[in-house]
Design a protein around this ligand. Structure first.
Ligand SMILES: [Cu+2]
Length: 188
């Protein structure tokens, strides 16, 4: 028996199906043999019921094992292997983090003009090493959706819930935006 347990543990996928299915086949052979050798089989109502019950159980077991082994969701297998489908379930947007820095020398620009993020809670990590105050403000169709704190010689973080789309990020301090402190954030 320990060997069988070992096999069960090491080869999970189709084994239950083969075991129960094999049991069903053996049961059918036994029933046929008894039926052939004893014309009166199964004899009493109780025995007939028992035979029917065991048969039904084995059939249900086989079908159940077949479904259980066949319908194993693909993403589970992928998750076990660390595949790309190991992402969070639907309805729980992954979101992501974007990193952005203001020009450390004090020029009115960020270190990039384009950012990308995944829809959901988007975290903005903003670094401003310069002594000039800056922030990161997110805007869609002229409407402000969120912003970091305005900082100088510091680091700050803000989280914004973003749907897929194209946004503008810019600094709302003075005329920094007009001077070129802006860029495009694409959320997919
Ligand atoms: Cu600024």
């Amino acid at each position: 028996m320990p060997t069988a347990v070992l096999v069960l543990a090491s080869a999970p996928s189709k084994l239950p199906f083969y075991l129960v299915g094999g049991g069903l086949a053996a049961w059918a052979v036994i029933l046929a043999a008894i039926g052939l050798s004893r014309p009166g089989f199964p004899g009493t109502r109780g025995r007939a019921r028992a035979v029917m019950g065991v048969s039904a159980l084995l059939v249900a077991g086989t079908v159940g094992a077949a479904i259980a082994t066949a319908s194993k969701p693909k993403h589970e297998a992928a998750a076990a292997k660390g595949g790309p489908a190991a992402a969070p379930a639907k309805g729980a947007p992954a979101g992501s983090t974007v990193k952005l820095a203001a020009d450390p020398g004090g020029q009115l620009r960020y270190d990039t003009k384009s950012l990308t993020a995944k829809a959901g809670t988007v975290t903005i990590d903003f670094t401003n090493q310069s002594p000039i105050t800056h922030n990161v403000t997110i805007e869609a169709a002229g409407k402000t959706i969120g912003a970091t704190k305005t900082i100088a010689s510091a680091v700050t973080t803000a989280s914004v819930a973003l749907k897929p789309g194209t946004y503008t990020f810019f600094c709302s301090v003075d005329a920094h935006r007009a001077a070129g402190m802006l860029g495009t954030l694409k959320v997919s």
